[in-house]
Design a protein around this ligand. Structure first.
Ligand code: IPE
Ligand code: IPE
Ligand code: MG
Length: 237
């Protein structure tokens, strides 16, 4: 793999845990548990090969619609995840950032994610963005409100509102736009993930279910990305 052509920002919609559990005749919670194993490998690899930012969709604002049993399994998995992974992530110099409405999380989960962010905030390695209670439209509305508030308070003029000013109000402030978006399980939609940031992203939709997604699949996606011709509306000379 040519390290020069690596995407700076990879975003992953980790989809297919439910179908994986069904295929294996297991409870859905075990599908999510199996998904954590894939995640661990992908984070390690992203850090090792020098990806700047990895964003993962862990829980959307719409996922509260699932059964109480599944939501509570996901929430306890989240706590276990931070408890078991934080030491290694910190050692690997990973900087954790939560994308989404932390206030809407149950208190133990909120505390755990805030502690993880706090502990790793000065780390200079991989930026790991975990989207939790995240919705792309909600993120954009929140940014618009914040800008409106700044104009009202006289801190900003309407003319100062441009792409950069807007980006600075998003959860991903200061991070590069998404270069490569991967959604596993064959579904081909964004489900609200990083709507603003994916403006010029390249998309890949491997049919593999997330718990089956291997490093080989990841390398394949990165290689395919490197073959893409990114024009940004221009034309090659
Ligand atoms: C993605 O897997 C994980 C979360 C949404 C938390 P799903 O649970 O959506 O898996 P499928 O789509 O039912 O297979
Ligand atoms: C998107 O997957 C959210 C996460 C992977 C966390 P979903 O499985 O919830 O999305 P839809 O419902 O298929 O669009
Ligand atoms: Mg799904």
């Amino acid at each position: 793999m040519n390290p020069e052509g690596l995407p700076k920002h990879v975003a992953i919609i980790m989809d297919g845990n439910g179908r994986w559990a069904q295929q294996h005749k297991l409870q859905i919670a075990l599908g999510h548990q199996a998904g954590v194993e894939s995640l661990r490998d992908i984070i390690r690899e992203s850090s090792d090969i020098g990806i700047n930012t990895l964003s993962i969709y862990a829980f959307s604002t719409e996922n509260w619609r699932r059964s109480e049993k599944e939501v509570s399994a996901l929430m306890s998995l989240l706590l276990r995840y931070f408890a078991s992974e934080i030491d290694e992530l910190d050692e690997k110099n990973v900087c954790i950032r939560i994308l989404g409405d932390k206030q809407g999380l149950p208190e133990p989960q909120r505390d755990a994610v805030i502690r993880a962010e706090e502990r790793t905030k000065n780390n200079t390695g991989l930026n790991l963005c975990i989207a939790l209670n995240y919705g792309g439209r909600a993120e954009i509305v929140r940014a618009a409100r914040s800008l409106a508030q700044k104009v009202r308070d006289g801190q900003l003029s309407v003319e100062d509102i441009d792409d950069d000013a807007f980006s600075r109000e998003l959860y991903t402030a200061g991070l590069p736009d998404v270069d490569l978006l991967i959604r596993t399980s064959g579904e081909q939609r964004l489900s609200g993930f990083l709507l603003w940031q994916c403006s010029y992203a390249e998309f890949e939709f491997p049919s593999t279910l997330w718990p089956d997604f291997t490093l080989e699949d990841y390398h394949k996606a990165l290689e395919l990305y490197q073959q893409r011709d990114r024009r940004y509306g221009g034309r090659k000379a």
